[in-house]
Design a protein around this ligand. Structure first.
Ligand SMILES: *Cc1c(COP(=O)(O)O)cnc(C)c1O
Length: 222
C-alpha cells in the first residue's frame, strides 16, 4: 500500500539521519528533514503527512500555490520551504506561502524580498544559496560575493538563517559540504541546508541542519 511505502521510506530516512548524526556526535533532532515534494501530487504527499512528516519543500511557487493550501487545511503544523530558484516578480507570492526560502542569491532578489516582507509583515527564514562548485549553469552566488550579499540581506531586514548549496553532480559531495560548512562558520551563520537523496547522510556528518530529500521519500520523479 502507498501509505505503508511512504511510512517505511520515512522511517528509513529518519534512521539514516539519526545514524549519521550519532557518528558526528550530533543530535538527530538538530537536523530538519525537508521532504521535497516537487512534481508529487496530493495523493503522494498525503501518506507522508499521515506518517507524521510536517516539513516539505517545493521548487516552484506556482506549483506550490496550487497544491498546498488544501493540504495545509488537512493537517496542523505544516512548514513549507522553497528550495528552487526564485524570480523577483514572484517574491510577494513566495513570502505569502513559504516559511523559509533557500535560494536567496542576488541583489535584485534581496531587494524584492525585502519589499515583499515589509508589505506582508511576514519574514520567512532565508538561506543564502552559494554556487559552491562554481558552475556557470547553477543558481547561487559566487563564494567571493557572499560577504556583500550578507550585508545587503541584513540591511533589507531579511532573517538570514544560514547557507544553502547544491554541489556538482556525479562527484563526491563531501568536500563541497565541508567547504560550505567552513564558509558558514567563518560568517557566523548557524544553519546549513545541504544534502539530497544520494548524500544526505554525508551532509549530516559534515554539519547539515537541513537536508532536502525527495526521491528517497517519494520514489523516482516521473
Ligand atoms: C529536487 C531537489 C532536491 C531533492 O532531490 P532528490 O535527489 O530527489 O532528493 C533537493 N534540493 C533541491 C534544490 C532540489 O531541486
Amino acid at each position: 500500500m502507498i501509505e505503508d511505502d511512504a511510512a517505511a521510506r520515512l522511517t528509513a530516512v529518519r534512521a539514516e539521519i539519526a545514524r549519521a548524526a550519532a557518528l558526528a556526535g550530533r543530535k538527530a533532532d538538530d537536523v530538519t528533514l525537508i521532504a521535497v515534494s516537487k512534481t508529487q501530487d496530493a495523493g503522494a504527499i498525503a501518506p507522508l503527512i499521515a506518517a507524521g512528516q510536517r516539513v516539505f519543500g517545493e521548487n516552484r511557487v506556482q506549483e506550490a500555490e496550487a497544491k498546498w493550501p488544501a493540504l495545509k487545511e488537512a493537517a496542523a503544523g505544516i512548514e513549507l520551504h522553497l528550495v528552487g530558484q526564485l524570480q523577483s516578480n514572484k517574491a510577494d507570492a513566495a513570502v505569502a506561502l513559504f516559511d523559509a526560502i533557500h535560494s536567496v542569491d542576488r541583489t535584485s532578489l534581496i531587494g524584492a524580498l525585502g519589499r515583499a516582507m515589509d508589505k506582508a509583515d511576514r519574514r520567512p527564514d532565508c538561506f543564502i544559496q552559494v554556487n559552491i562548485g562554481d558552475e556557470p549553469q547553477k543558481g547561487g552566488c559566487a563564494i567571493a560575493d557572499l560577504p556583500s550579499l550578507l550585508d545587503e540581506a541584513r540591511a533589507a531586514e531579511l532573517p538570514v538563517a544560514g547557507l544553502m548549496a547544491v554541489p556538482p553532480h556525479g562527484v563526491d559531495a563531501a568536500p563541497y559540504f565541508a567547504l560550505l560548512a567552513k564558509i558558514a562558520r567563518d560568517a557566523g551563520l548557524e544553519r546549513l541546508s545541504m544534502g539530497m537523496s544520494d548524500d544526505f547522510a554525508t551532509a549530516v556528518t559534515l554539519g547539515a541542519t537541513h537536508v532536502r530529500v525527495g526521491t528517497a521519500l517519494f520514489g523516482a520523479r516521473a
